[in-house]
Design a protein around this ligand. Structure first.
Ligand SMILES: [Ca+2]
Ligand SMILES: [Ca+2]
Ligand SMILES: [Ca+2]
Ligand SMILES: [Ca+2]
Length: 367
């Protein structure tokens, strides 16, 4: 008697895991409800990953789970209906505290912004944005003691020298700067932006006016202290995709201005050499999962130093420090803050870190 061999591959059906030779195993065909001895009968598999639609958690293969899509009004059977966050759909599932953002220190203090001394970067907001910076440290001041209305708020960096006015090296139009940020952000839906504002010199009403006039305030995410952080996708979809952290708490409660050192913490900053850098607590509450790894060194005169920046921002150096701090702290740095972002590769380091789920994962190749 000749054994039955439906697909004629000289494996009798009894021993053949795929009787009809259609690449779908008998077991899978049974699960998916198709005929295992009819090669014309194959399961529906929209994304071609050999998991039938019925059993595929991500049927359209756009990296967003079916349930997640349905709950948010996306079509789980359409790979063209999806959202990407920071360039990847899968990052939309990550919570805010489980992502690493490249951050520029004194982001506005650049020659492109008209600052000629005490600069922190060579290039301004547009280049920083296009390079992948998504967190910004900003210092609002009044233009002068004679121009101290809410319309007079500018960005400038106070040199740490006695008896010098804060805007000694020039000032930046804070309204224009933030409007540009808002418009760049509008063109990158799915991204989340964070601001760390050194607000000692301006009252809360003035800061709120600045943020409101520039379209930033209405997209501020209000974080309840101690509650879990939402996913990047949900922040984006709900239109609350900007975090506004302030370094000094106001007496009045401005609910959208989150006291930085209650909701986050940072490492020490402005050391004079790489050897002095640690993963220790500088300011804030180290129980918080959101934290800044400050990664800039100062010159002997207290200024940003491009030579030192090129050392500590170098790809391998910065990546190794971030991984060490990730291991030491127990969760990833949320922000990697640098001077002279153009020196070294802070944004490539964050790209690499974001491909990892744990510090002990294999480190992916240089982007
Ligand atoms: Ca089959
Ligand atoms: Ca599939
Ligand atoms: Ca999907
Ligand atoms: Ca979809």
């Amino acid at each position: 008697m000749i054994p039955t061999d439906t697909d004629g591959d000289s494996q009798c059906d009894l021993n053949d895991l795929d009787d009809d030779g259609d690449s779908w195993s008998d077991a899978k065909e049974a699960m998916c409800g198709t005929d295992p001895v009819d090669s014309e009968s194959v399961p529906d598999d929209l994304d071609g990953d050999m998991e039938c639609d019925e059993w595929d958690d991500d049927a359209d293969g756009d990296d967003l789970p079916n349930d997640w899509e349905l709950e948010r009004g996306f079509n789980p059977m359409d790979p063209n209906d999806f959202i990407a966050c920071h360039g990847e759909a899968s990052y939309c599932l990550r919570t805010y505290d489980d992502f690493t953002f490249a951050e520029s220190h004194n982001s506005f203090s650049t020659p492109e912004d008209g600052i000629m001394g005490g600069i922190n970067h060579l290039t301004g907001l547009r280049s920083q944005w296009e390079g992948g910076i998504r967190a910004f440290m900003l210092d609002p001041y009044h233009q002068s003691e004679f121009n101290s209305e809410k319309e007079d708020v500018v960005f400038c960096h106070a040199p740490s020298l006695p008896n010098t006015p804060p805007c000694l090296f020039g000032s930046v139009d804070a309204f224009a700067w933030l409007r540009s940020l808002n418009s760049l952000h509008n063109n990158s839906s799915g991204d989340v932006v964070s601001l760390l504002i050194q607000n000692y010199a301006v009252p809360g009403e003035h800061l709120e006016y600045l943020l409101n006039e520039t379209g930033i305030l209405e997209r501020a995410y209000i974080h309840e202290l101690g509650s879990p952080w939402p996913s990047l996708g949900d922040m984006s979809l709900s239109g609350t995709d900007v975090l506004i952290f302030i370094q000094m708490e106001y007496e009045d409660n401005f609910t959208k201005l989150l006291p930085a050192w209650r909701h986050t913490w940072d490492t020490p900053y402005g050391e004079s050499s790489q050897e002095e850098m640690t993963c220790d607590l500088g300011r804030g509450d180290s129980n918080q999962p959101v934290w800044h790894m400050n990664n800039w060194l100062n010159s002997d005169f207290g200024f940003a130093d491009p030579i030192k920046a090129s050392q500590v921002n170098a790809y391998d150096t910065l990546l190794q420090r971030a991984l060490l701090c990730w291991e030491t702290v127990g969760n990833r740095p949320t922000f990697v803050g640098v001077d002279y972002w153009e020196q070294g590769e802070v944004t490539n380091v964050t790209i690499t870190l974001n491909k990892m789920s744990h510090w002990s994962d294999d480190v992916p190749g240089h982007p």
